[in-house]
Ligand binder design. Structure first.
Ligand code: ATP
Ligand code: MG
Length: 384
């Protein structure tokens, strides 16, 4: 027979570096995020917080553990058994009655005790006495089973393993950002990393329908279904880009077009950021991965906006990005073929060293405000 857990003990980090009000915000947000994720599944549970730990009471321990693995801000968690006492006698009695469910006949064990609060015994003393009522072999250096006992004020929590969480900060504590998502491999991962640092991410996808099929839109939505497991509510702006592209095609030499596409994307996203109260844009750019992402081009492209642009992947190699994409399950979706709006009317080798004077000169030919307004007016907004 095995031990039945009745709670999950959740540990969170980083918080300890911060001031009291920031810490409270962090905790409150983390609890809200955990709650809303579990509520969605219909599982019965209750949640409480005590002295730097969060506890979840539920009968569906395994299912809730699966959810917790995708909540940013959690450092680790442990399915545990909560005894509503800190009396040594009662703790020892529990182990007397149950040790055979905890440690197998031929297994060796070790006990580690941690205490928070005042008790009439020391941690060492309790560990030694628990050890003596468990009629199995002790092996402190190399046990088959580690028994962790945390006595916290008037409660005791018993667990056997620590499951690693994602770390980071709870989604929402850093405020809103706008992420440019393309359907490719990089931008979903950039968005995930923004979530990891506490951003609430709103998505913008530019599509070239009806010049190309709706494939990129479908892919983007599938990608967002994966990311929805990390952020509760996801809002997506679908921006029609075909008109802007046709105008650029008519007015701008081929090797500069990509720069113009990007400048338009940023302008429009800055506008959406203002509307949404978002504080930064996120892109999936990684330095010099492709010719539009050289430092020269990045400078010329971002010259057009005031808002900060964050590039979480800037120092990552493609293989590192792919590794994360495979792990979270976006890779398979991203690699499906699509007609990319950026390759439409653009050459294989666009300029790698755009010059701002030239770009500005060309841009005078285009009715920027009108094109932007049309695109934003025709945006379709969806909840994923
Ligand atoms: P990704 O894998 O994210 O498509 P990429 O390596 O293909 O990136 P680019 O095509 O140069 O790189 O795009 C750079 C960034 O510009 C993307 O990561 C994304 O943030 C943004 N972007 C590109 N195309 C679009 C689009 N159609 N809609 C929204 N954002 C886009
Ligand atoms: Mg791309």
């Amino acid at each position: 027979m095995k031990m039945e857990y009745n709670e999950i003990l959740v540990r969170y980090g980083e918080i300890f570096l911060k001031s009291e009000p920031v810490m409270q915000l962090f905790e409150r947000r983390l609890i809200e995020n955990i709650k809303s994720r579990i509520i969605k599944t219909g599982i019965d549970f209750s949640i409480y917080q005590k002295r730097g730990r969060i506890f979840i009471k539920t009968k569906k321990i395994a299912k809730v553990c699966k959810i917790l693995k995708k909540v940013f801000g959690i450092v680790s968690f442990s399915p545990c058994l909560h005894l509503e006492t800190s009396e040594k006698r009662e703790i020892l009695e529990f182990f007397k009655q149950n040790y055979n469910k905890i440690v197998g006949k031929d297994e060796k064990f070790a006990v580690e005790v941690k205490r928070v609060g005042k008790h009439n015994y020391s941690s060492q003393e309790l560990a030694r006495e628990i050890g003596s009522v468990i009629k199995r072999k002790v092996d402190l250096a190399n046990p088959d089973k580690r028994i962790f006992v945390e006595v916290r004020e008037n409660d005791t929590y018993i667990y056997f393993k620590k499951i690693k969480g994602l770390g980071g900060l709870p989604v929402g504590v850093s405020g809103k950002v706008i992420s440019l998502i393309s359907g490719g491999i990089d931008s979903p991962i950039a968005s995930l990393l923004a979530m990891k640092r506490g951003c609430n991410v709103i998505f913008v996808h530019f599509h070239s329908f009806p010049l190309v099929s709706k494939k990129s839109i479908e892919k983007t939505k599938k990608l967002l279904q994966v990311l929805r497991e990390y952020q509760d509510k996801i809002k997506l702006y679908l921006i029609p880009f075909a008109n802007i592209q046709l105008t650029i095609k008519a007015m701008i030499p081929t090797k500069y077009r990509i720069i113009f596409y990007r400048r338009f994307m940023l302008r429009i996203c800055e506008e959406i950021a203002r509307k949404e109260g978002a504080k930064a844009l996120i892109t999936g750019e990684s330095l010099a991965q492709v010719s539009s992402q050289t430092l020269d081009n990045i400078a010329v492209i971002e010259e057009v906006t005031q808002i900060p642009i964050l590039r979480p992947l800037i120092g990552m190699d493609k293989l590192e990005i792919i590794k994360i994409a495979k792990k979270i399950g976006t890779y398979e979706i991203s690699v499906q073929p699509q007609e990319d709006c950026c390759t439409l009317f653009t050459p294989k080798h666009p300029t790698a060293q755009a010059r701002i004077e030239i770009v500005k000169e060309f841009e005078r030919r285009i009715k920027i405000k009108k094109l932007m307004k049309d695109a934003i007016d025709k945006a379709e907004i969806q909840e994923i």
